[in-house]
Design a protein around this ligand. Structure first.
Ligand code: PLP
Length: 491
């Protein structure tokens, strides 16, 4: 039996709980006995019995030397990393750690503009200066793909002093760039590559999927085990290859950003998810690919719907595709993605991963079955039939994505600058001091320091009007925005 069948952390925690120790330590609910009975019954005694704290036999995520260390070492072996750090603060925590491990105030970091908000938060916290690369926009789907090897080369030759290059791979929609080549280019400048692998925990475990960050030789990867790898929500990992980054520095930064009350439920779930991926991942993921590919084929048979596949590959930014993501384009039905999301919820109790103006995204994972896929196809068939009359007259012909705004101030300077509130409609031309994004996917439309354009304002309004979850500003009604105060000359 390979070492990967072992679960030192889960087994250790479970054995400890089974001994029923008399606990005079937190958590004060003491295995659920001090908890509201209704919740306790619902959650179950087993879960509560391992809701423990870092007492000595259970090791300490901040200074691992026992069962957590063993579990992290097994994860590193499974993911092809030199070191793996467990995160109980999601991939956001792992991402902030990556950036703050390589960047300090004034350091440059090269990032695509379509990054998750945790990356911009880390840039603000660290005081780093972002050098933005424009991602390739798909004009058919209205979504951003990754970055090209050419743009990486251009960014690095203009900024060879950058302290890191951040790459999103694969994207939320499952599209991967030529990561191996990107890593080669960055390493030729001695610049470490940090990968946001939030949507790619499974790719390491199957040959038919894009190569993982560690396989491509990247220096760090923040990998959401909880999203697609079978662990509990909020649990994630940070994989590190030694060389251009210091694992000791990574350990101290992740510790600075992490709660001292680390959840053993989350940590144990990482241990067992790694075991499942390492020992059965290939077989399970083959089944997922089959389920998704057959659904893709059936969706493409439905009039008015399209579900992209490998045919989109071949542009400079679309090097490979994770077929387990179903991006279903609904624009030919004359309704937007959000309306489809609501229709599926109300008519079939189906919850999609996300929707935008033109698409819905359904993710297929090791938790899915043929029966569930059949219900999705049945629902989409009815949806298309009910909207068939629209297909001729009112389909949305072209997608609209705003231009990337100009950055006038570093995000940190803008965030901490003196600000004032202005009416939304009068904010064009001003420097914004807050984030505005649609969540999910959490990619900012505006970040602090950027100059607001009319184009941004209409895009925000269009998203709000369509009912999409636009978030970020202090004024949730979007009547006003927070901008940098202008000091006019005294007359
Ligand atoms: C691309 C990307 N990066 C990072 C994250 C953050 O992950 P988490 O929610 O685990 O903090 C997300 C979450 O949606 C994401 O989509």
């Amino acid at each position: 039996m390979s070492r990967q069948h072992l679960t030192p952390l889960f087994t250790g925690v479970r054995n400890h709980a089974e001994k029923q120790p008399i606990q005079f330590h937190i958590p004060g609910h003491k295995q659920g006995k001090g908890m509201d009975p209704e919740f306790k019954e619902f959650i179950g005694e087993n879960a509560l019995s391992i809701d423990l704290i870092n007492i000595e036999p259970l090791d300490d995520l901040h200074h691992p030397h026992g069962i957590i260390k063993e579990a992290q070492e097994l994860a590193a072996e499974a993911f092809g990393a030199d070191y793996t750090f467990f995160s109980v603060q999601g991939t956001s925590g792992a991402i902030m750690t990556m950036i703050m491990s390589v960047c300090g105030p004034g350091d440059k970091i090269i990032v695509p503009r379509n990054v998750h908000k945790s990356i911009m938060s880390a840039i603000i916290f660290s005081g780093a200066t972002p050098i933005f690369i424009h991602p390739e926009i798909d004009p058919e789907l209205g979504i951003s793909h990754g970055i090209t090897t050419e743009s990486v080369e251009r960014a690095l030759s203009s900024h060879p002093d950058a302290k890191g290059l951040l790459v999103i791979n694969p994207t939320y929609f499952g599209v991967a760039g030529n990561l191996k080549k990107i890593v080669e280019i960055a390493h030729s400048y001695n610049v470490p590559v940090l990968v946001d692998e939030a949507h790619g925990v499974h790719i390491h475990f199957h040959e038919q999927l894009p190569i993982s960050a560690m396989q491509a030789g990247a220096d760090m990867a923040a990998t959401s085990v909880h999203k697609l790898g079978g662990s509990m929500t909020q649990s994630s990992i940070l994989n590190v290859k030694e060389g251009l980054v210091s694992p000791k520095r990574v350990q101290s930064i992740i510790s600075m950003l992490t709660t001292t009350s680390t959840s053993y439920l989350l940590l144990s779930s990482l241990d067992v998810a790694r075991k499942q991926l390492a020992t059965k991942g290939e077989r399970l993921i083959s089944e997922v690919i089959d389920l998704a590919e057959s659904a893709r084929y059936r969706i493409n048979e439905i009039d008015g719907l399209a579900c992209i596949g490998k045919e989109i590959l071949g542009t400079k930014a679309t090097f490979d595709l994770d077929p387990t993501k179903l991006i279903i384009t609904v624009k030919e039905l004359g309704i937007n993605g959000h309306e489809v999301e609501i229709w599926l919820r109300e008519n079939y109790s189906i919850e999609v991963e996300m929707s935008d103006l033109y698409n819905i995204l359904c993710i297929v994972t090791i938790g899915d079955t043929q029966e569930k896929m059949d219900i999705l196809i049945e629902a989409l068939t009815r949806l298309a039939a009910e909207h068939a009359s629209f297909t001729e007259k009112s389909q949305i012909s072209s997608v609209y994505v705003p231009d990337i705004p100009t950055l006038a101030l570093s995000p940190r300077d803008a965030f901490y600058a003196e600000t004032e509130v202005v009416p939304f409609a009068e904010s064009a031309g001003r420097i914004i001091a807050e984030f505005i994004m649609v969540y999910p996917p959490g990619i900012p439309i505006l970040i602090p320091g950027e100059i607001v354009t009319e184009d941004n304002l209409s895009y925000i309004q269009e998203n709000v009007k369509s009912g999409l979850p636009v978030q970020g500003p202090e004024d949730e009604t979007f009547r006003t925005l927070l901008v940098i105060k202008e000091h006019k000359a005294i007359q």
